[in-house]
Design a protein around this ligand. Structure first.
Ligand SMILES: *Cc1c(COP(=O)(O)O)cnc(C)c1O
Length: 384
């Protein structure tokens, strides 16, 4: 393993690597109220060497453990295979929006139909290696469903904390996988607080994004796959829906690492999309804090009012000269229809926000020669 240290995002402090590291909910926040989230650092010379070794045993894997040299685990866990998803060209959409090339990173093909499985694969690997029998997670739906599926496969108990508005579909998926479900009386942020309280009390393993620093390491493999599939070239833009900020923060990290290791030449512009109803990070990025209270949105997977990995996301977006945009639920709905009818990919409502964001960007700048990757993060419809 090439992980060497943990860097605290709020103040840049470097700590010794520890596979059980975790940010307690009550840890003193950074100057802007952010939790002091940790970021895994690696010996990148050693990692690059191993990544480029054609004889490496990891090259035969198609799941997240293909990228073992940049993962914080000693060996691949006995877990469901996450990752290895296709990049689907969408020429009809490219033509419609005047974009050079649109590629859909189809994360709906993960074991539980969502990109969250990449993070769960790493979390479960660590939970199993550390001897846990119970795992828990707070979630708008997908993270808990992902954890429930992986726990079912590995034979661990899963405790799922979901907001009061979790759809019947999402609850049914949790039941199908045999999870113990705790429906909060409040929203996602309240469910998160309840999960942290119970998890600490019982000593369960946490799959709560951001606070568990190892989960984003799984998500970043999405970037490695995109770059490899493009022949170690990178797209010009990569767009992902952003709630807590872990997903695009992780993808940004993956592309940055590849460039730092000299495997690729640059990073794509990272573009995060939120819904107009709940857009704390869009406002923060554009320096409009506190200008308007958040309302509501049907994009349940990104309806996060207190993002926990905002610093990570903002750093990666700024480093890559990307941006954050907000789109309306109406635009997301139209994009969801177009993805199905003109690209053959059925995305969940939240994930369709990526195409809505691209439509906005294409209206304000020329993308005629650009390659754009939309990360279709999930494919579970709420009325199926
Ligand atoms: C969780 C999730 C996101 C957002 O990820 P964050 O890490 O919260 O920013 C986007 N799309 C889907 C489908 C998700 O489940």
């Amino acid at each position: 393993m090439h992980a060497t240290a943990l860097r605290r995002l709020t103040d840049g402090e470097t700590l010794a690597f520890d596979p059980t590291a975790y940010t307690p909910v009550d840890a003193p926040p950074g100057p802007e109220g952010d939790p002091p989230v940790l970021d895994v650092q690696y010996d990148y010379d050693a990692a690059a060497h191993e990544l480029q070794d054609l004889e490496s045993p990891w090259k035969q894997r198609r799941d997240v453990f293909r990228w073992m040299p940049v993962l914080p685990v000693d060996e691949p866990g006995p877990v469901l295979p996450a990752g290895g998803t296709p990049l689907v060209a969408a020429p009809r959409l490219a033509k419609r929006f005047g974009v050079g090339r649109i590629l859909l990173k189809d994360e709906t093909r993960n074991p539980t139909r969502c990109l969250k499985d990449r993070a769960t694969a790493i979390g479960m690997t660590l939970a199993i290696a550390q001897g846990y029998e119970d795992v828990y997670c707070a979630s708008a739906g997908n993270a808990a469903i992902s954890l429930a599926g992986f726990a079912a496969h590995a034979g661990l108990r899963c405790h799922a904390y979901v907001p009061n508005i979790a759809s019947c579909t999402r609850l049914a998926w949790l039941r199908r996988y045999g999870a113990e479900i705790h429906v909060s009386t409040g929203n996602y942020d309240q469910a998160y607080a309840e999960a942290e309280r119970d998890g600490a009390r019982h000593g369960w393993y946490s799959r709560n994004c951001a606070l568990n620093p190892f989960l984003v390491e799984g998500k970043k493999t999405c970037a490695y796959e995109i770059a490899e599939e493009l022949g170690w070239d990178v797209p010009d833009l990569v767009i992902a829906p952003s709630g807590d900020g872990c997903t695009l923060g992780a993808i940004g990290k993956g592309f940055r690492e590849l460039a730092e290791m000299g495997i690729t030449l640059r990073s794509p512009r990272a573009v995060g999309v939120q819904s107009e109803g709940v857009q704390p990070m869009v406002r923060r990025f554009h320096g409009q804090n506190g200008t308007r209270p958040d309302g509501d949105t049907e994009a349940a997977s990104i309806a996060v009012r207190q993002p926990r990995n905002a610093l990570r996301l903002l750093q990666e977006v700024r480093n890559s000269e990307g941006t954050l945009v907000a789109v309306s639920d109406e635009e997301i709905g139209e994009a969801q229809t177009l993805l199905a009818t003109e690209a053959g990919v059925v995305a969940e409502f939240t994930s369709a926000a990526t195409l809505a964001a691209l439509a906005r960007l294409a209206g304000s700048e020329s993308l005629a020669h650009e390659t754009v990757v939309l990360v279709i993060t999930g494919g579970r419809l709420d009325d199926e």
